[in-house]
Ligand binder design. Structure first.
Ligand SMILES: [Zn+2]
Length: 374
């Protein structure tokens, strides 16, 4: 029941004090119930409004009606009461927020001390990790990282690497060409690079010898996907050019990096091969670090080395003088300098290093598989 101002039948000091105390009690109780800004305003108006407010009513009912002999006493009592009521109204506190937020505060309280939402951090992809680790071995030998475009011209992908037009070696790399370029000269036609080797030419055009670079990157070939092939895969290419670079430098560098990457017990073996941009060329094998070179494991024949005890890792060779002819004007005179180059599949070394038997697993995006590298 809301407080209503009673009429006073008795104007004795005791009756006045009692009525005033009751009024203060009710005012304090209403002040405690104030929760919102709107309620605070209604509360203030109810007690202090000049027209019809509780204090105005007290003035009318208690003071004006008082008998003459009690007026002085009643006046003093009412003035004290007004001061007390004004104090209570002034100290009534509404929440310092809008009603919607006020509800939020009482119902869904925000506890800023609770832990936040943890966002899982992704893991480095195994191919990227193997590539980075392999490049790091070369970087410790003084090689720098070089990169280049994935969409290349025929000139950089083939011609400047000693693949003349119509040369049969082009057919060994099933190339994906950008469509609709028949009107362009062949060397300007765009394609998805089939190897990272174009970056060798691009770097030699920009930097004079000596250079030592490793080139990680994505390449594409029109290969149907199977356990060891993918139309998109990754290579790591290397090039060192200086005066007096020999095949001995090539063997020593690669032997060291394979021991660093696969373990100090692996041996390397070089067997003659052919690439258009190197002469002489070789394929490099490492002794099988899975069966220890024996070709057999306790569980049976060793599949990664096909029971031979050796695993082919990369192709390499001395840079063909014909390649240097394309950048001769930038200090690469094949009569004065020499160099070696090599290239390996980053996916393949990741397969070997992590014991994965299907390259497709790397590109299917199955989180259960990739989580193993987290
Ligand atoms: Zn083996």
């Amino acid at each position: 029941m809301a407080y209503t101002v009673p009429k006073l039948a008795d104007y004795s000091a005791a009756a006045l004090t009692s009525a005033a105390a009751e009024c203060v009690r009710e005012c304090a109780r209403e002040a405690n119930r104030v929760r919102t800004v709107a309620e605070l305003k209604a509360f203030r108006d109810r007690w202090l409004a000049r027209k019809g407010g509780v204090l105005t009513q007290i003035n009318d009912l208690w003071l004006k009606n008082a008998p003459k002999e009690a007026k002085r006493e009643a006046g003093m009592g009412v003035n004290q009461l007004k001061a007390r009521i004004q104090e209570i109204v002034a100290s009534a506190i509404a929440p310092p927020v809008e009603p919607a937020l006020a509800r939020c505060e009482t119902v869904d309280r925000v506890d800023v001390s609770l832990p936040g939402i943890r966002r899982p951090i992704g893991a480095e992809h195994p191919v990227m990790r193997a590539s980075r680790e392999m490049c790091a071995v070369f970087q410790r030998l003084g090689f720098s990282i070089a990169e280049g475009p994935v969409v290349e011209t025929d000139y950089y992908n083939f011609e400047a690497l000693n693949f003349p037009p119509n040369h049969p070696a082009r057919d060994t790399q099933d190339t994906l060409f950008i469509a609709g370029q028949q009107s362009k000269p062949q060397r300007e036609r765009l394609l998805l690079r089939t190897h990272t080797s174009p970056v060798q030419i691009r770097t030699m055009e920009k930097m004079r010898p000596p250079i030592r670079i490793v080139i990680p990157g994505t390449v594409h070939r029109n290969d149907p996907p199977d356990a060891s092939h993918s139309p998109m895969f990754h290579q790591i290419e290397g090039l060192a050019v200086d005066r007096n670079i020999t095949f001995g430098n090539l063997k020593g560098t690669l032997d060291h990096t394979m021991k660093e990457f696969f373990g100090s017990s692996v041996k390397t073996s070089f067997r003659p091969s052919f690439f258009p941009f190197t002469e002489p060329s070789a394929e490099m094998y490492v002794s099988c670090f899975i069966c220890g070179g024996s070709g057999n494991r306790e569980s049976g024949p060793c599949r990664p080395c096909k029971q031979t005890g050796w695993i082919e890792i990369l192709g390499c060779g001395m840079v063909d003088p014909n390649v240097f002819e394309f950048v001769k004007d930038n200090g690469y005179d094949p009569k004065k300098i020499s160099g070696f180059a090599f290239g390996m599949g980053a996916d393949r070394i990741a397969l070997l290093k992590y014991g994965v038997d299907d390259i497709q697993l790397f590109f299917q995006g199955d989180v259960r598989f990739l989580r193993q590298w987290a």
